[in-house]
Design a protein around this ligand. Sequence first.
Ligand SMILES: C[S@@+](CC[C@H](N)C(=O)[O-])C[C@H]1O[C@@H](n2cnc3c(N)ncnc32)[C@H](O)[C@@H]1O
Length: 243
Amino acid sequence: MIFAATILTLYPEMFPGPLGTSLAGRALGEGRWSCEPVQIRDYTTDKHRSVDDTPAGGGAGMVLRADVLAAALDAQAPGRPVLAMTPRGKPLTQARVRDLAAGPGVTILCGRFEGFDERLFEGRDIEQVSIGDYILSGGEMGALVLLDACIRLLPGVMGAASSGDDESFESGLLEYPQYTRPPEWEGRMIPQVLRSGDHARIAAWRKAQAETDTRLRRPDLWERHEGARVGPPSGAQRTRKTT
Ligand SMILES: C[S@@+](CC[C@H](N)C(=O)[O-])C[C@H]1O[C@@H](n2cnc3c(N)ncnc32)[C@H](O)[C@@H]1O
C-alpha cells in the first residue's frame, strides 16, 4: 500500500521540497509514498480568487475562509485522516506518527496569516496538530516535518528496519548517548563499557543513561514514563483523594 500525502496549501511549490532528497526522496522515487500538493486558491469562486478575509471582531491580519477550505477538502479522496497544522492543535508525538504511518496516508491543511476560521473544525472532521510551542509563518514547514517523520517509518525506507525502534520517544524516553570512532578525541574517551563487548553490560548502561538523561533534560517525559510504569492510582486511593 502506498502512503498518499495530499497537501492543501497556498504554496504548492514548497512540496516535496526537502522531501525530494535523501531517504524520503528515494522512497518517493521508489513509489513508497506519493506527494500531491493542491492549490487552495483553485477552490475560490470570486474573480479575485480570495482565500481570506479580515478577522470578525477586528484585529490584525487575515483569516482563512471556512467555505473555501471546505470546498478544497471536499474535493479530495476520502478515507484518509485530515490534519490541519495549527499551534492550537494537539502536540505531535511519535506514537501518533506511528499510527499515521501505518495507515493509508494523510490529507494536510496548511494555514497562513492568522490561521483558520474556527467553524471549519465544527463543520468537518479534522485533527488539529501542532509541531511545537512556537509560531511558524505557515503550516507548510509543519506538514514537511510531519511527513518526514511518517515516511522514514514506511516499510523499506530505512536501511535497517530496527533502526526506527530504538530512537528517542519510542519507549517514552530519550535515547542513550551515541559514540563512534576514533576511540579517543581531544583527550575524551568513548566510555569503557561500550568498548567491552559485553552486551548485557552495554544494554544496562544504555538503559541507565536513557533514564538519567530523560529525568534531567525532559522532566515532563520522565513524569509521564514513570506514571505509565507505576500505573494509575487504585480506585480506593482515588476515592480518598477526591473526598
Ligand atoms: C502565523 S501562524 C498563525 C498563528 C495563529 N494566529 C495563532 O496565534 O495561533 C500561520 C499558520 O502557520 C502554521 N503554524 C504556525 N505555527 C505552528 C505550529 N507550532 N504548529 C503547526 N502549525 C503552525 C499554522 O498553519 C498557522 O495557521
